[in-house]
Design a binder for this molecule. Sequence first.
Ligand code: ADP
Length: 398
Amino acid sequence: MKILVINAGSSSLKYQLMDPDTREVFAKGLCERIGIDGRLTHKVPAKDAKYEFDIPMPTHAEAIQAVLDALLSAEHGVIKSASEIDAVGHRVVHGGEKFASSVRITGDVMAALEECIPLAPLHNPANITGIQACEKVMPGVPMVGVFDTAFHQTMPAKSYIYALPYEFYENDKVRRYGFHGTSHRYVSARAAAMLGKPIEELKIITCHLGNGSSVAAVDGGRSVDTSMGFTPLAGVPMGTRSGDLDAGILEYLMGKHGYDMKEMMNILNKKSGVLGISGVSSDFRDIENAANDGNQRAALALETFQYSVKKLVGAYAAAMGGVDAIVFTAGVGENDAVTRMNIASGLEFMGVKMDAEANNVRGKETVISAADSKVKVLLIPTDEELMIAQDTAAIVKG
Ligand code: ADP
């Protein structure tokens, strides 16, 4: 089967054409500057080839057409006919409480996605536009929506409710939704496979640490808690996002500096996190270099990040009444041995014992805890595209 995976943003669109069974990626790439001018980067892994084109992309429809043309091209294409694409899987950021799993896209589903726009005003409109563009360019090809929030819909009410007047939940849908669900689902399933145990018998803490970061408690294969909340601003400090903070700070700073809500939110989303503390960068590599050169604030940013993740590991072990495995994934989790070590060390009291040598790796599935560690610590590169392709194939096959 050949599945086209689409991740549409407001001015960009990522794609992969892959076989979900063999996991072969035939082609992948990125459309950028949609609505501005248009640029396509197209890669064919089998040839180790990369192509770049300037193509006008006034809307997402031209971007999807450019992707299709690239896939079909005699020179750098990978298929002979568009009919070889069996289905399209779309990443959708917010499924609200309506979607607890991936779904075949129908008119009713599109209406439900529109209803979720107020919950994700920046992301869902772009995802919807991407779906509509595919419908226009590839009419009749089955499509599936895979939601970032869906995996966390199994959280019990005590995990997702905010201690606000209950009508804000009932009337305004204010609750913890959680994000990165496709990644947490993928790595927890891989963890069970690596440990050779049914996921139903495992308590797993998954740490998706990238530019955006979230931690999840996965008990028996079901998400029971996660650190992101109503929006992806919550939880641990991130590249530029503050993570959790005392809401009273908003009133204090807005009053003192005369910020309006938009300015305040821009500070919390774009100027905070490890960038805010360090003043150096949102990129963990830059911050580590600065810390190694003696920059105290850079060191503090890293320490604060690691400490926040460590506290959640403890909290989620308590929430689940134990933990069998801790998983590290995403840009920082997959590549940064020092951060992994600092998070997982000092947890010997709960049965976590790292193996420094085993931990000295990047980007491959491996056990990084000591052979006699009661809790296994795993490094698992995430693969959200594969998960989307597999869900899409399963739903289309019925
Ligand atoms: P996104 O949330 O945008 O998907 P990623 O999961 O790609 O982010 O993670 C990006 C982050 O990973 C960046 O902050 C980058 O610094 C970090 N990163 C990548 N490689 C390394 C490395 N070798 N050491 C430390 N951090 C790394």
